[in-house]
Design a protein around this ligand. Structure first.
Ligand SMILES: Nc1nc2c(c(=O)[nH]1)N[C@H]1C(S)=C(S)[C@@H](COP(=O)(O)OP(=O)(O)OC[C@H]3O[C@@H](n4cnc5c(N)ncnc54)[C@H](O)[C@@H]3O)O[C@H]1N2
Ligand code: MOO
Length: 392
């Protein structure tokens, strides 16, 4: 049995980063760049007007003669003599012979000429060629997460494809004879299968789309078969249920039979004690406890940082904050507690009712887990606790 922190370290050490793939930029949201990208062009690619107004060739008077017009996208070169102006619009190419742009609100228009209200300032309202970045310079380094602005920046340089660390294919293996699908009538002893839907939603919440669900009865051979298939088809396997010590819990035995290297089995925590983590070649497997809240807590705490690592992201799990608690907590278990909780508007954290690992009711209202380390037996109301905050 390992501690929470040991379990996290073992996962971080043993989770591989997936190979890189070249993908169209439009499919890379949230992925991490596996290459440096150098600017293929100057940005902007030409001197650009930052305003709607008039490009001028400055002289000592305030009156300028308008000799033409340049709109955004026009490629024509207009030659301005000293004292001349062209009507120009935001984003349009500045004539080489112009040295300032004056906003239209700052001029008086008189037929084919304008009179400036203020002194012209050389270079004003011009975005010079290469102002943002110049050709050949490092635009974004390897390891950058492709956020919307990063995607926009690369697209703005004409880049259409980028090498990124691949997203994992995730298999969710659901075990249990008692499980039936919603829509069917429950027979005595049966319950509705909910964890695959919950875990699928959680996996997709991290932008991972390739997720397959498998279901198997409590049977050793069938469990071996479905796990073999899940390992073949996925990079990460999440097994749900059947990992405890009951006579019908076959997951540990099946993982052993399939030569999965156990990296830990059981964590000193409540809920989620029976969690298993192992490796088979370059594939990793988490066997999550079947109790729904225990499964989800293990997912947030351990599977999420593994996903980050496998996709080359820099983060290491849920954001940790120190917050004031609104009630006292006692820990008589000698294990770390992970309590369903809600961070309130005022920044304090409230422990929710219904902490049983079988219950999801109040988990639906939670936005965080309070982490009570195994060495802490009591925290008083108003004390400071460590809070693991769920991503939005
Ligand atoms: N003698 C012991 N018994 C148990 C121990 C122990 O240390 N000694 N640990 C308990 C803890 S803690 C947990 S957690 C559970 C974990 O057991 P399993 O991983 O084998 O899970 P199951 O027995 O298959 O299921 C537990 C519970 O969850 C329900 N379940 C399972 N899958 C689903 C699903 N897909 N959707 C909805 N609900 C599901 C299942 O019906 C059970 O009620 O073991 C304790 N026992
Ligand atoms: O994981 Mo179990 O659910 O600790 O009760």
């Amino acid at each position: 049995m390992v501690s929470v922190e040991e379990a996290l370290q073992i996962i971080a050490k043993n989770t591989p980063i997936l190979q890189s793939v070249a993908l169209p930029l439009t499919q890379t949201k949230g992925m991490v760049m596996a290459q440096d990208v150098l600017a293929p062009i100057d940005l902007p690619p030409f001197d650009q007007s930052a305003m709607d107004g008039y490009a001028i060739n400055i002289h000592h008077e305030k009156k300028y003669t308008i000799i033409g017009e340049v709109a955004a996208g026009d490629g024509k070169e207009v030659r301005l003599k000293v004292g001349e102006a062209v009507r120009i619009f935001t984003g349009a190419m500045i004539p080489k012979t112009a040295n300032a742009v004056v906003m239209q609100e700052k001029v008086t228009r008189l037929g084919d000429s304008i009179v400036l209200m203020d002194e012209a300032v050389t270079g004003s309202n011009i975005r010079p060629c290469g102002e943002q970045i110049t050709k050949g310079v490092l635009a974004l380094p390897k390891g950058t997460e492709l956020t919307p602005p990063a995607i926009g920046f690369l697209a703005g340089m004409g880049i259409r494809e980028v090498n990124v660390f691949d997203k994992p294919r995730v298999g969710i293996v659901i075990t249990g004879n008692e499980l039936v699908e919603g829509g069917e009538a429950l027979k005595p002893g049966q319950i509705y299968e909910g964890n695959s839907k919950m875990l699928l939603a959680a996996v997709k919440g991290y932008g991972i789309e390739t997720c397959t669900t498998y279901q198997v009865a409590d049977n050793f051979m069938a469990t071996c078969e479905v796990l073999t298939k899940a390992f073949l088809e996925n990079d990460v396997v999440l097994v749900n249920g059947g990992i405890s010590v009951g006579d019908h819990d076959y997951v540990y035995k099946a993982l052993k039979a399939l030569d999965v290297e156990p990296l830990f089995y059981k964590v000193r925590q409540k809920p989620g004690k029976p969690l298993f983590f192992g490796k088979r070649g370059n594939k990793i497997v988490f066997a999550l406890p079947g109790n729904p809240a225990a499964a989800l807590t293990c997912f947030y705490l351990y599977v999420y940082p593994a996903f980050q690592k496998i996709m080359g992201q820099l983060g290491s799990g849920l954001e940790r904050r120190k917050l004031m608690i609104t009630t006292s907590v006692t820990n008589t278990f000698g294990r770390a507690l992970l309590l369903k909780a809600r961070v309130l508007q005022n920044g304090e954290v409230e422990i929710l009712e219904g902490q049983s690992s079988a219950m999801l009711h109040t988990y639906s209202l939670a936005n965080a887990l309070v982490y009570v380390p195994e060495s802490v037996s009591e925290i008083h109301k108003g004390g400071v606790v460590e809070v693991l905050v769920f991503p939005n």
